[in-house]
Design a protein. Structure first.
Length: 294
């Protein structure tokens, strides 16, 4: 169910980044000998420190297996992992925890529910949305959901291939008004089902730049007029202006949010937080200081 991409920075690159960061007065970087397993343990520990609660219900459960992991040289992201919080059989929020060389750690969130959502860290509120995270709409011309699970997966993959997305990015990591067309990963990051009615299911697909998820596509078999139909929702995992199409029809757009430090918004980035010498031990609890990871 989980798609993973693992790109390992060389020890030489890490040493060079550490020296450059030290010269610039930036937070210290993870030691060059730190392996990928230790780094993932650190990112997972940070994710587990958040308590996410959709609507007025109880807390969602963090899936501690990352849905995808990557790095991104163009924006100096050394290591990053995306996690999902699940409640009642469906994802309610996505969170990416990443280390950007020369800056520190960023915590990036996107609500995946059509209603309010809030999150706490160390018992203190850190994120509380006032807008829907996603809006579902029927996939134009989609067939009725199939009666078998494997056939529904084929349908979801076929429908996902009909979507495309792009964003307009700017400095410091990109040229002014640069247009990036994103690539759809062939396998969903997450596939899920209603625990009571397993025929009601869905999947989260990712549109990526290199291997970095920039836009999430949710496809769900949702109730409608006594039956079910395939519906979709798109959500950003970046702060740039973006659009989405299904075949030749524009179906989604979002304005620039970069830097996205407003905790009342469905897409929210906290950080950068300085990395201490142990890397996996802790992150400072300071207020966001500007900038953004993507």
């Amino acid at each position: 169910m989980n798609a993973k991409r693992r790109l390992t920075p060389t020890a030489t690159a890490l040493v060079a980044a550490a020296l450059a960061a030290h010269a610039a007065g930036a937070p210290p970087t993870p030691p060059p000998g730190q392996d990928r397993k230790e780094s993932l343990a650190a990112l997972t520990k940070i994710a587990a420190g958040y308590r996410v609660m959709p609507g007025s219900g109880g807390a969602a459960e963090l899936d501690e297996e990352p849905a995808i992991r990557w790095n991104k040289p163009v924006s100096n992201i050394k290591d990053a992992a995306m996690f999902f919080w699940m409640r009642e059989g469906r994802p309610v929020a996505a969170g990416t925890f990443l280390w950007q060389g020369g800056s520190g750690l960023y915590h990036e969130f996107q609500s995946l529910v059509p209603g309010p959502l809030r999150a706490e860290r160390d018992g203190k509120p850190v994120w509380g949305t006032v807008k829907p995270g996603v809006t579902f709409a029927p996939v134009p011309g989609a067939p009725a959901p199939a009666d078998a699970r494997n056939k529904r997966l084929v349908q979801m993959k076929t429908l996902a291939e009909g979507f495309r997305t792009e964003a307009i990015k700017s400095p410091p990591f990109y040229g002014e008004n640069s247009v990036y067309k994103f690539r759809l990963l062939p396998r969903p990051l997450v596939r899920y089902a209603d625990p009571v009615r397993p025929e009601r299911e869905g999947a989260v697909f990712a549109f990526v730049q290199d291997t970095d998820p920039e836009v999430l596509l949710i496809l769900e078999n949702r109730a409608h007029a006594g039956g079910t139909r395939w519906e979709f929702a798109l959500a950003p995992m970046m702060g740039w202006q973006a659009k989405g199409w299904y075949k030749d029809l524009e179906v989604w757009s979002v304005g620039r949010q970069h830097p996205a430090h407003d905790p009342a918004q469905p897409y929210f980035v906290a950080g950068p937080f300085p990395v201490d010498g142990e890397w996996e031990a802790a992150v400072s609890r300071g207020r966001p200081t500007g900038g953004g990871p993507k």
